[in-house]
Design a protein around this ligand. Structure first.
Ligand SMILES: Cc1cc2nc3c(=O)[nH]c(=O)nc-3n(C[C@H](O)[C@H](O)[C@H](O)COP(=O)(O)OP(=O)(O)OC[C@H]3O[C@@H](n4cnc5c(N)ncnc54)[C@H](O)[C@@H]3O)c2cc1C
Length: 343
């Protein structure tokens, strides 16, 4: 039941004999992963969330809007991030094999480029091998591309699965707004640590101006039988991704820097659908199932650290940018280790 990388154990860790309480602010992929790791270690966990992220209709939540792939983007390129990504990869693969209902599967991804794709050194060795696409795999208008196989984490299945796993582990989820770390735990015993895992909302909670939002808009369509992800990273028209999942296809594209507008842009959706149909003509007859806007919490570095704020011991776990799913288990273990260091 456990995945390991070097000396890092993901799950499970032996239960503690005396139960201690901890509050986690945020019920996106980061908050729920932290809650689950802490609960598995024997902590009594209360999650506080402004929104019901388990519902697919929440606008602004990055976790709901993501498709999502194990492919860290918009995040610091450091050794610790690489390590968190590998820990998460191992755990996602373990979950995929053990619990199919979690909505994770390995899926081919074709990245289209003007020139032959050169692996980014930081990404080299991530996941499985990468090969050049054959000419018959390329859509009209593209001369080169690369094919890799990475886990797809179908957020429409994975988030409800995470919620259910938290419920089974007796994690309590309370829907309310927290105005500060102290406000998050008013009814609990003095000394209860608070994990700040509120995505873009963390900046206002702990007064962190270095946290910005990068807006992403997606449209979900019926799946006409696509089985392969297709991505354009750059190019004249900007990024585009077409991600077939278990029950739909998610189409998205531009990462709109420092935008916290969660309103829906109809023109952008028309453009995304037109471009997606050009590279995947089977989508011509597909119909729209839903849409979402998410704010990626971007920071120069992912914040996983301890801080004493007033009378409250805080563990930060936010700022995952475009890599929250790809880093979730790695940072949850790191945050739980910090909680356990609080005396
Ligand atoms: C279009 C798009 C595509 C993406 N694709 C990928 C991908 O392929 N792979 C990948 O790894 N990542 C991807 N990401 C990034 C990933 O989704 C995020 O990094 C991740 O979801 C961040 O999770 P989070 O839990 O920190 O934040 P969120 O999901 O935004 O959750 C924040 C939580 O905090 C709560 N909250 C906020 N403020 C407060 C408050 N004051 N009081 C109480 N609760 C509060 C909210 O209600 C919510 O529960 C994508 C994101 C987008 C938008």
């Amino acid at each position: 039941m456990c995945a390991s990388l070097g000396s890092i154990l993901v799950l499970p860790v032996p239960r503690r004999s005396s139960v201690r309480s901890v509050v986690v602010v945020g019920a996106g992929v980061i908050g729920l992963s932290c809650a689950l790791v802490l609960s598995e270690r024997g902590w009594s966990v209360t999650v506080i969330s402004r929104d019901d992220v388990g519902s697919a209709s929440v606008d602004g939540s990055a976790s709901v809007a993501a498709a999502s792939l194990w492919a860290p983007t918009l995040v610091e390129r450091s050794e610790r991030v690489r390590q968190w990504a590998y820990v998460t990869l191992a755990e996602l693969r373990r979950i995929a094999a053990a619990e199919p209902e979690a909505g994770i599967r390995e899926q081919a991804a074709l990245t289209l480029g003007e020139a032959a794709w050169t692996p980014d050194p930081w990404m080299r060795g991530f996941g499985g091998p990468v090969r050049d696409a054959r000419a018959d795999e390329l859509p009209v208008g593209y001369g080169a591309g690369a094919v890799s196989v990475v886990p797809l984490i179908d957020t429409a299945r994975y988030l409800p699965w995470l919620h259910a796993r938290c419920r089974r582990s007796e994690v309590e989820v309370v829907h309310r707004d927290a105005r500060s770390p102290a406000d998050a735990a008013p009814d609990l015993m003095h000394g209860t640590p608070v994990v700040i895992a509120a995505g873009f909302g963390s900046g206002a909670l702990v007064d962190d101006p270095s946290l910005t939002s990068v807006r992403g808009q997606i449209v979900r369509m019926t799946n006409p039988g696509l089985t392969r992800t297709v991505m354009v990273r750059d190019g004249a028209l900007g990024p585009l991704f077409v991600v077939p999942r278990f029950d739909d296809v998610v189409i998205g594209g531009p990462s709109q820097a420092e935008s916290s507008d969660i309103g829906f842009d109809e023109g952008l959706e028309r453009d995304l659908v037109t471009r997606a149909r050009a590279i995947a003509p089977a989508l011509d007859d597909a119909t729209v199932l839903g849409r979402a806007v998410g704010l990626r919490p971007v920071r120069p570095t992912v914040r996983v650290e301890r801080e004493r704020i007033g009378e409250t011991d805080v563990v930060h776990c936010y700022g995952h940018g475009g890599a929250g799913y790809a880093l979730s288990w790695g940072t949850a273990v790191a945050a739980a280790d910090l909680v356990e260091q609080i005396g």
